[in-house]
Design a binder for this molecule. Structure first.
Ligand code: KIV
Ligand code: ZN
Length: 519
């Protein structure tokens, strides 16, 4: 029985997608959870892309045990050196180097001849081997590459020391049968292919990333690159939870292949990513969506009660769906909170836990029952605050409103350390405070979506705001939670703005790399 290795790229390809950027602290939380989930490899970032990426890979390399930690690197010595430096503290490290092999990429993006690309690939792999024995090589845009050239590059990369050969469907162009044929072609035409593991990396532009990956596995690929909730560039990458559950539920079809994933951690991992990024999966999302196990029709309910196998091919427990959401109350102690947090996928130092416990006590004094959603919200607020430096910080605000008053708000905030004050009127109190914040910052984001709802069904519930904004072409989502709906709105708006600003600087650093001509 053979194993299929799961290579998670949520923190690299996933994080590259608009609205999914994460702070270093958030990436570390995610990486701990990915290790608990049992992924074989965590691609923690692209060390040369930005200082933020480098620092996150370095921190994850120091703190996360169990999984191999990997950094992406272009086929350039300086990228490979940075990847090696960032990964230095990890017990198990992989350098993942890549170069495009399709004619369109070589001609228009790289402006290199096929011979030059071949040389560059060989050199990069051999150089990466100086730092680690675990080197992965990717032929970017493999599915649109000329077959004989692709075979040659793979053969030479293996000769130079690559232990994993990754076949990306970079633009989500292929279809299952064609991809199967490509994998077969590689197995039959690359003489030394048995010296490397074949990996696949599929994008979802035509909605076939999971199907293509599974078909490749059926035809001999033994590593799948994927992301939690399928996040990633454009339409995303293959969804890890779908790959893992398809292999598990249809083990009969896949010839007994297995992964090292602890499926009971899937829901928790998906949920953690949603909380961190503020971007939630649709209710009908396979495996982890809120409705994935909901049976609405009477006939289905009756069948499931008589025997769950009538309508369930897997059970909610198999993927760790929680059965009840009421968890703690004001008499719960620090130990109960700690174990609940662990169960929910969070891991904190004792010092951080003290701070969270203090906030939990304050909340439990206001609310009779503290739900899982409340704890998630509280944790999120807490670790966002001491993550990467946030450009905007609200120091103080005041809102006046009433049925005979024109809603008026004043805000005092700091923007990149500089204090600013502004006032504004608005159609309502939320409108007034948001306008005041915009005035103080001299920024005019477009509000694309805004909703506010009670987290739990009581009158003492916390309110949760969710917003999507666009600032200078950069889209970001934000979320704020408080028992006061105005404060929840302010927190959500500032969260979205901070994410957009952080993402803007990230894009700028990526653009600089692009100008160098090799990304
Ligand atoms: O999609 C892609 O080609 C990639 C490579 C860098 C592996 O993400
Ligand atoms: Zn990709």
């Amino acid at each position: 029985m053979e194993r299929v290795y799961i290579f998670d790229t949520t923190l690299r390809d996933g994080e590259q997608a608009p609205g999914f950027s994460m702070t270093t602290e958030e990436k570390l939380q995610m990486a701990h959870q990915l290790a608990r989930l049992g992924v074989d490899v965590i691609e923690a970032g692209f060390a040369a892309a930005s200082k933020g990426d480098f620092d996150a890979i370095n921190l994850i390399s120091q703190e996360v045990k169990g999984s191999t930690i990997c950094s992406l690197a272009r086929a350039l010595e300086k990228d490979i050196e940075l990847a090696a430096q960032a990964l230095a503290p990890s017990e198990k490290k992989r350098i993942h180097t890549f170069i495009a092999t399709s004619e369109i990429h070589m001609k228009y993006k790289l402006r290199m001849s096929p011979e030059e690309v071949l040389e560059r690939a060989k050199k990069a792999v051999a150089y990466a081997r100086k730092f680690t024995n675990d080197v992965e090589f990717s032929c970017e845009d493999a599915t649109r590459s000329q077959r004989d050239f692709l075979y040659k590059v793979i053969e030479e990369a293996i000769k130079a020391g690559a232990t994993v050969i990754n076949i990306p469907d970079t633009v989500g162009y292929t279809v299952p049968e064609e991809f199967a044929d490509l994998i077969e072609g590689i197995r039959n035409n690359v003489p030394n292919i048995d010296k490397a593991i074949i990996s696949v990396h599929c994008h979802d532009d035509l909605g076939m990333a999971v199907a293509n990956s599974l078909m490749a596995v059926k035809h001999g690929a033994r590593q799948v690159e994927c992301t939690i909730n399928g996040i990633g560039e454009r339409a995303g990458n293959a969804a890890l939870e779908e790959i893992v559950m398809a292999l598990k539920v249809r083990r009969d079809f896949f010839g007994g292949l297995y992964t090292g994933i602890n499926a009971k951690e899937l829901y928790k991992t998906s949920r953690l990513l949603c909380r961190i990024t503020g971007s939630f999966v649709q209710p009908n999302k396979a495996v982890v969506g809120d409705n994935a196990f909901a049976h609405e029709s009477g006939i289905h309910q009756h069948g499931v009660l008589a025997n769950p196998l009538t309508y369930e091919i897997m059970s909610p427990e198999d993927v760790g769906f929680p059965s009840t959401r009421i968890v703690l109350g004001k008499h719960s102690g620090r130990h109960a909170l700690k174990s609940k947090l662990k169960e929910m996928g969070f891991e904190f130092s004792e010092e951080d836990l003290d701070r969270i416990f203090e906030k939990f006590k304050a909340l439990a004094d206001k609310k009779k029952e503290v739900y899982e959603e409340d704890i998630e919200a509280l944790v999120y607020e807490e670790f966002m605050k001491h993550g990467e430096e946030e450009p905007i910080k609200i120091l103080h605000y005041q809102v006046q409103t009433g049925d005979k008053l024109l809603p008026t708000a004043t805000v005092v905030l700091t923007f990149k350390g500089e204090q600013k004050t502004a006032s504004s009127v608005g159609n309502g109190p939320v409108d007034a405070i948001i306008k005041a914040i915009q005035k103080a910052l001299n920024l005019e984001p477009t509000l694309l979506d805004f909703s506010i709802k009670a987290l739990t069904p009581n009158t003492d519930a916390q309110a949760e705001s969710r917003l999507v904004i666009e600032l200078d072409g950069v889209r970001a989502s934000g979320r704020g939670v408080d028992v006061d709906i105005i404060k929840a709105s302010v927190n959500g708006f500032v969260d979205a703005l901070n994410r957009a600003l952080v993402r803007k600087s990230y894009i700028l650093s990526k653009e600089n790399l692009r100008k160098e001509g090799t990304v």
